[in-house]
Structure formats: C-alpha cells, structure tokens
Design a protein around this ligand. Structure first.
Ligand code: ZN
Length: 407
C-alpha cells in the first residue's frame, strides 16, 4: 500500500556521522554498523486503536534511526506491517457493529494522517497482512517441509520446542505472558504450551482466506516474519535483518517467537539486534487499552495541538525509559517549541557548528534526544542574549533532518 508523503532529508556535508550505538534487548550497548542496505523491520499497528501516544513514541524512535542512517548517507530498507486482521480488531468491530474492513481502513487512514503530521519518514514498504496471504502461506509451508508444523483439530501450530533457548523470562512467566498476549498454553493436544498458532482455521463468520492449510487466517508472529523475510532477505544473510523493532511489550512472545520461527524455517538467525521503545504513561499509569486511558494523536491534533509540540514532548524523554504524558509536559513543550521558533526566526543566532555536531553525537549515543533538546534550549537562550552568526537556517534544516522537528 502507499505510505504517507516522504519528508525531505537535507544533506549536511559539514557534519561527521559515527556509527550509531543502540542498547539492544540484551541490554548491551551495541554498535550498529552501516550496511548496504541497512535492513530494519518495525512491527506496525493493529488498526483498531490507532494512533495512541505509545504508538507515536515507538514510530518516532525508529524514525530517528531511519533519519540518522539517511542523514549519514547510508542506504536503508525500512519495512513495517499493518496487522489488519487479528482477534482484537474483530472483537472491536463486533462491539461497535462495524464491518471489520471498514474499521481497519478508517484506522489505517488515521494512522497515515498522524504519521504525516508527526513527520515520521514512511517505510519503504508498508505492508498489510491481508495483502500478504500468499507470502505467509509459503512461509508456513517451509515450516511444514522442515518438520516444525503440526495440527490440533483444524488449526496449525509451530513446534517451538527445539528452539527454546535463551528465553527472556522463566518458563512459568513465559507461559503466563504468552497467555495474556493471545497465546493458548492450555489447549489440549499441543506439543508444548508455548507453541504459537500459525494458521487459525475458519470459525463462524470470521473472515478467512483459502490456503494449503485450509480456509483460515494467519497467526500473529508468522505474519511479521513472513513479511520481513519476503521484503528484506537477500538469500544468504545470517541473521537476515539488522534490527527488528517495536514497543517493549513485544519482547515476549512476539519478537522472541519471530526469532525462533525464522530459525526453524530458514536455519538462519532473524535479526542481529532487537530494539525496543518503552511505554508511555498517562498521569503515572501505564497507557493501555485495558485501562481505557489511551491518548490519541488524532484527538490532540483535533484540539489544535501543534504536531511538532507532540513530537518535541515525546523526544524530551528517552525512548527506552517509561515516561509520563500529562498536561504539564504539553505546556512546557509548547513554550520550548515557541522559544525555538522565535530564535530560528532571528536573523542572527549563536554559533551553530558545535551545537549541530553535538546533536549528531547525542543521537548516535542510543538516541539521546533529551540531551539534544537540552542543548537546543541552551543554544536558543544564548542566541537571544548574544547573536553572532547568520546560520539559523542551518539549525532549522539540521533539526528537521535529524530529529524530525520542522520549526
Ligand atoms: Zn510484528
């Protein structure tokens, strides 16, 4: 499908870009070497509650990686899916007496508008699951050929047992979390409680697609791996991609299972690094659908909140630290954005080259945006008291390219 419009990345020949360093899911500070192309897959939305601030924070975090690689002149292939068929979507459609397709289309449109407003660079490939059934079927067939597929009733499962090493949590906790996130550890007839369903047989009036595995629809984990491998595998890379990204709620089971399914299907690793963004809280409580306290980007925009203020507010906290959204943050961010805007409109400002090089270094240092924003504010204040050079345009273009802040 067509993603949203692509914002311009200015060339910045005077700046030096070192290799990006990121903290991965093993809590290691790892150097992300440039590659041609650099391959990243970010798990996309399930279009029924889009786009809340948790989503926005995640896509802005991975947008910083995209912007950094592009600003550094590195080639990047960025793929993201849209899980436009899944249980929660069907449940929501039934609750609201809507056709599931209409609900998904409306939410995808909102998401595209929100991403455009927030100046997130669109992925090279934004892929709907409902447009990927053949790719997913072929992937499941691979699991079958390699002996890792079995049936319980009419449903098909991936047999994960041979790959259950280095779990990020204990077996008991894994089973508990697996159950909370759509798994069915207690189903009779399964070989292992953690085996995930990869093809769910047709039930009632739920939507379904024809396949070698009967009429049905795919399971969650296999969708992402099938799409990622289809768009990003060059045939021999091991691991196949450089980063799989998403919110920290995807560490287990989703990303763990993605890794094991690819190992089973291809005999190669999936992602060199798994990188996660933390959660957004509302007034101290985790923002989640179950608590009913989601704040939506579209709602803020409709209230007249400047999308650059939303972006600034999210960047003012570190992407890997759970952080709070509240009225105070919004007010503070509004005044900070206003300060920057007024300084960038001045004909003369304080010196810029050290500022811009330091912002590049901040981003290279595990996307340290709070530090970058603090530097900008200090620079803005000194620009008000001691303007020296006619270079505000350089800062404007630089922070738009690196931070996605068009001020
Ligand atoms: Zn995914």
């Amino acid at each position: 499908m067509n993603p949203w419009p692509n914002p311009h990345i200015a060339s910045m020949p005077d700046l030096r870009f070192s290799s990006l360093k990121l903290i991965n899911s093993k809590n290691e500070l790892t150097t992300i070497e440039p590659a041609t192309p650099f391959k990243i897959y970010v798990c996309g939305i399930t279009p029924y509650d889009a786009t809340h601030l948790g989503h926005a924070a995640t896509y802005i975090a991975f947008d910083l990686i995209n912007r950094y690689q592009q600003s550094a002149g590195n080639q990047i292939n960025f793929v993201e899916n849209v899980t436009d068929i899944d249980d929660p979507l069907l449940v929501r459609a039934k609750r609201d007496s809507l056709d599931w397709k209409v609900l998904a289309d409306n939410q995808v449109n909102l998401f595209l508008t929100d991403m455009t407003a927030l100046r997130v660079i669109p992925p090279a490939h934004l892929v709907k699951v409902t447009s990927s059934m053949k790719i997913i079927e072929d992937f499941i067939e691979r699991l079958d050929q390699r002996g890792f597929l079995y049936q319980v009733g009419r449903d098909h499962y991936f047999s994960v047992e041979d790959f259950l090493d280095q779990m990020p949590l204990s077996n008991d906790d894994a089973i508990k979390v697996f159950s909370e996130r759509g798994g069915d550890p207690e189903r009779a007839g399964k070989k292992h409680p953690l085996d995930p369903v990869v093809w769910l047989a047709h039930q009632g009036d739920d939507p379904a697609w024809e396949s070698k595995f009967g009429l049905g629809r795919p399971g969650w984990h296999v969708e992402c791996t099938a799409i990622a491998v289809n768009y990003l595998d060059n045939g021999n890379a091991d691991p196949i991609i450089h980063i799989q990204g998403g919110g920290s709620d995807l560490i287990f089971p989703h990303h763990y299972m993605s890794e094991q399914i690819v190992k089973a299907a291809y005999g190669r690793g999936f992602a060199k690094n798994f990188v996660h963004s933390a959660m957004i809280h509302l007034d101290g409580e985790k923002m989640s659908k179950s608590k009913g306290n989601l704040v939506f980007v579209s709602k803020l925009l409709s209230e007249g909140i400047d999308p650059m203020v939303i972006r600034w507010a999210l960047l003012s906290g570190h992407y890997q630290q759970d952080r709070s959204w509240n009225e105070e943050l919004l007010l503070k961010s509004t005044s900070q954005v206003n300060l920057l805007r007024s300084v960038l409109a001045q004909s003369e400002v304080d010196a810029t080259s050290e500022l811009m090089q330091s912002i590049v270094a901040d981003i290279a240092n595990n996307l340290d945006t709070p530090s970058a924003l603090s530097r900008l504010l200090l620079w803005a204040k000194s620009s008000q008291s001691s303007p020296k050079v006619n270079e505000s345009g350089l800062v404007s273009r630089g922070i738009d390219s690196l931070l996605g802040l068009a001020l």
